[in-house]
Structure formats: C-alpha cells, structure tokens
Design a protein around this ligand. Structure first.
Ligand code: ATP
Length: 269
C-alpha cells in the first residue's frame, strides 16, 4: 500500500540484566553507547560526539531487537521500533515522505530510543529491484538528511539500527555522526542459551528436563531456533497428553526427538 509507517512505542520493560550471556556485546554497548550518554560532560571533554547511532549486525533471530529494547531499558527510555521494509512506499517519493514522518513522530516522543530494523533494505544492490538506482539514492539521501539533522546535543533521539546483511548497507549510512559504531551479535553463547531456554520451558509443564545437556547440544542455535525446538518438543508432549486425556509433561525424550529434527539456522550466515 502506501507504506505508511506504523510506529510502535513501548515503555522500557527490560534491561541488559535480562539479556543472558553475551558479555562482550554488553561491554561494547556500555563503552560505545551507554556510558558516554550517561556521562556527557566526560565524553564531550574528549571530543566524543553524542550524535550518531549504533548498528547491531549478525545472523537473523539472534536477539538484536531484544538487545536494542534492553538498551532503551538501561536508559529508562521508551522504545520505538520501525522496519525500513515497512517504510518503503510504492509511489514515487512516498518512502521519503514516510521517513520524514517517522523521524517527526520519533522526535515528538523524545527522549526515546528509536530502532530501525532491516536497514540493509537501503543499499546499492537492492536498487536493482523495485525503485531503481535513482529512486534508492533519493531514499538514502532522505535518511541521511534525517540522521544529519539530529543536533549535536542529540535532542533525546537515540538511534539503533539492525541488519542481517551488513555488507548490503549503504556505506554513506555508516560514516561518522551517523551509524558510526558497529556491534556484532552472534548466536547466543551457553549462558545466553540457558537464559532463553529457561524462559521457554517456564511456560510449559515439564519433568526431568536436563537444561545443561540441552544447552551443550544447541551450539549455533539462534533464539528463534531455540523457540522452534521447544515448540516442537512441546507439541509431542501435547499430542501424548491429548491421546491420554490428561496432561503429560514435556520430557527429555521429547527434546531428544525434537533435536533430531531441528538444525541450527545460523550456519549459512
Ligand atoms: P533479531 O532481531 O536478531 O532477528 P529478535 O530480537 O527478534 O532477533 P530472537 O533472537 O528471535 O529475537 O529472540 C526471541 C526472544 O528470545 C526474544 O524476544 C527474547 O525474549 C529471547 N532472547 C533472545 N536472546 C536472548 C538473550 N541473550 N537473553 C535472554 N533472552 C533472549
């Protein structure tokens, strides 16, 4: 349709303490983003600008959105999510207008953390499909204009973006003062998988689940893969329960069966 941006504003609900594992990602978020914003005088004394944002990149389903939400929580700010794919309009000039509206709306909510997902939708190679090269140039230029119009004091508009295909992102978007800090988010490590799995099992009747063993056997699984694994195991317990006419808890053999069926999705990244 018109690709009118749907803005989704949430209150801060999670912090980095809710993110399991990923210690090096957390450290990098502190150094490159959170600590300078919390200590603006110190940061500016060293010539650091408070403008510009952070690009989270890595394979899909590995928690980039969750981490961005936690960054908003750390700052005690509301969180606005928008996907570039949703902003793309069909008519000439529509996408630029949508971007303008999106940033205007974000400013009206300031101070706020704004999360732009699928930023790779704006890139040189994408221009061959749909809009054509000049159309894509105009869209990227509009986004650059919006990014560059954020004042030095930041105006309370904190920008995070995400991409599964960082090599597709238009390099102009990555220059100083724009998305000038990169954070790699790889598939969840052991402690992260434990946190994710704990959350997934919490919602279901279980018996005799060996969490450490599942953690050890799910290397390279994304958060989304883990959810798929537990869903699959739960379906087996549900089928058994329905056949018996009473609740039969999810057991280790259900997980074993599910593990035999499900392969990690991140290996092709
Ligand atoms: P991406 O944006 O990278 O595609 P995502 O942010 O949509 O991924 P998933 O990786 O699919 O999120 O994770 C799904 C859910 O799993 C999250 O909403 C969150 O509840 C949980 N989760 C993911 N990573 C972690 C983590 N490191 N610690 C705790 N929970 C996590």
């Amino acid at each position: 349709g018109e690709g009118t941006p749907t803005v989704d504003v949430e209150d801060a609900a999670v912090t980095l303490d809710d993110v399991g594992g990923l210690e090096s990602v957390k450290r990098r978020l502190h150094e490159a983003f959170l600590d300078p914003l919390r200590n603006p005088e110190i940061a500016q004394a060293f010539g650091a600008s408070l403008r510009g944002g952070l690009l989270l990149y890595g394979p899909p389903g590995c928690g980039k959105t969750f981490i961005a939400r936690a960054v908003a929580g750390e700052l005690g700010l509301r969180f606005l999510t928008a996907s570039i794919a949703d902003v793309m309009g069909e008519h000439f000039g529509q996408t630029e207008k949508n971007l303008q509206k999106l940033f205007a709306s974000a400013r009206s909510y300031a101070p706020i953390v704004m999360f732009l997902d699928e930023i790779d939708a704006l890139g040189a190679r994408r221009s061959s499909i749909g809009t054509g090269w000049s159309g894509m140039r105009a869209i990227v230029n509009q986004l650059l204009l919006e990014l560059d119009s954020v004042k030095d004091d930041n105006e309370g508009l904190f920008l995070l973006a995400a991409s599964n295909q960082p090599w597709e992102v238009d390099p102009a978007l990555l220059r100083p003062g724009r998305l000038d800090r990169l954070v790699l988010v790889l598939p969840p490590d052991g402690p992260a998988r434990e946190t994710i799995l704990r959350g997934l099992f919490l919602k279901r009747p279980i018996a005799g689940i060996d969490l450490a063993s599942i953690v050890a056997r799910t290397e390279d699984f994304s958060g989304a893969d883990l959810a798929h694994l537990v869903d699959t195991a739960a379906q087996k317990a549900l089928n058994r329960s329905l056949a018996q006419g009473e609740i039969q808890p999810l057991q280790m053999h259900d997980v074993e069966d599910a593990l035999a069926e499900i392969k990690p999705s991140t290996l092709s990244w």
